[in-house]
Write a new protein. Structure first.
Length: 333
């Protein structure tokens, strides 16, 4: 059985990019693999967030993941900060990673505004810079074979692989070298208002982002307003028709179809938009319904997270101890 691990930031409500790019695969992966899924609250501390808000969003993210179909009997769902080994392995890997390779991470460049005003980088948190090392620790602690993620995480995965190879090369075979697993459809869902940018909670584009809990009329209104182009032909061509192609990609992700094939069924943007809105609402309906039930019992969600953390910790401990010994740290007597 392969080991699968993935993580998500506690941004509260997930959007359909998170859902089709990652979470849908997580649900499917529970059955055939030993699956670990982590709500990465330590990663959320790399930018400004109020303590009460972080706590609320972490619980909300857990509730939504359970509503999406993660089943604590078939996977290990846990909160990163409840498993202390994540920060323990991070330090060891920080002493393997180089400044140069972290500086090349494009997400760091985007989020830190590197290259803009020098005074800006003075205020960037060190944690934002070392973020990808914490992510590598998340993965390597569980000796994950496969990491299901959206397209934007490829570079971070490459770093995790390089750190694993370097660690094993220097200190002996301790960690598994992981593979990224990116879905064929839905790996890069774009903002409906700015189809040249990926859909993101932080993009501040409320009409361009569809939340997984949006009611059907909200979904319909956002899809109706989605930016297309001045032609009228429905064709899958992400370069010259990014808006229309994004809608076809969403339809394909929701119906498990093929975007180029689906395009042939439509003679107007109007009919495509109607069908996209219906397919999204329908595919998210079970999640919306389960979310309403689960939110009524937050104690049950907290209890399943505690059980998940205990399970995760028992696996993580073994790897951390092996990594410490391999690097020459003296074991406690
Ligand atoms: P995060 O929280 O930004 O996103 C969670 C997952 O959703 C995917 N995703 C998308 N997929 C398609 N289209 C989009 N517009 C879109 N936006 C987000 C992401 O690729 C991701 O798979 N650094 C990670 C969290 C992390 C992690 C890990 C992931 C921490 N440790 C260990 C895997 C393994 C992140 O910020 O994801």
């Amino acid at each position: 059985m392969a080991r699968v691990l993935s993580g998500i930031q506690p941004s509260g409500e997930l959007h359909v990019g998170n859902y089709f790019g990652a979470v849908q695969s997580w649900v499917a992966d529970q059955d055939l693999n030993e699956a670990f899924y982590c709500i990465v609250d330590l990663h959320a501390l790399t930018v400004d967030i109020a303590p009460a808000e972080l706590r609320k969003r972490t619980l909300e993210t857990a509730t939504t993941l359970l509503a999406a179909g993660l089943d604590p009997d078939r996977c290990t769902l846990f909160v990163q900060s409840q498993v202390a080994e994540h920060t323990g392995l991070t330090w060891l890997l920080e002493c393997v990673a180089t400044f140069g390779e972290l500086r090349r991470m494009t997400q760091f460049k985007d989020k830190s505004g590197e290259g803009s005003h020098p005074s800006k980088s003075e205020a960037v948190r060190v944690g934002l810079f070392t973020y990808p090392v914490l992510m590598a620790a998340d993965i390597l602690l569980y000796n994950a074979d496969r990491v299901p993620v959206g397209d934007d995480q490829r570079q971070h995965l490459e770093l995790a692989r390089n750190l694993a190879l370097r660690f094993n090369g220097r200190f002996g075979q301790v960690v598994t070298v992981p593979e990224a697993s990116v879905p064929a459809v839905g790996a890069r869902v774009m903002d409906l208002q700015h189809p040249d940018r990926k859909m993101s909670k932080t993009a501040m584009s409320p009409t361009g982002t569809i939340g997984v809990l949006d009611p059907p009329n909200t979904i319909a209104s956002k899809v109706r307003k989605a930016v297309t182009d001045t032609e009228t032909e429905v064709r899958y061509d992400p370069i010259s028709k990014p808006g229309v192609s994004n809608l076809l990609e969403l339809l394909a992700a929701a119906t498990r179809g093929d975007p180029a094939e689906l395009a042939k069924r439509f003679s107007s943007y109007g009919s495509l938009k109607t069908e996209v809105a219906e397919a999204l609402s329908e595919s998210l309906r079970p999640l919306r319904e389960r979310h309403a039930q689960l939110s009524a019992d937050p104690q049950a969600v907290l209890a399943s997270l505690a059980a998940g953390a205990a399970k995760a910790s028992s696996v993580a401990k073994v790897t951390l101890t092996r990594a410490q010994a391999a690097m020459g740290l003296l074991a406690a007597w």
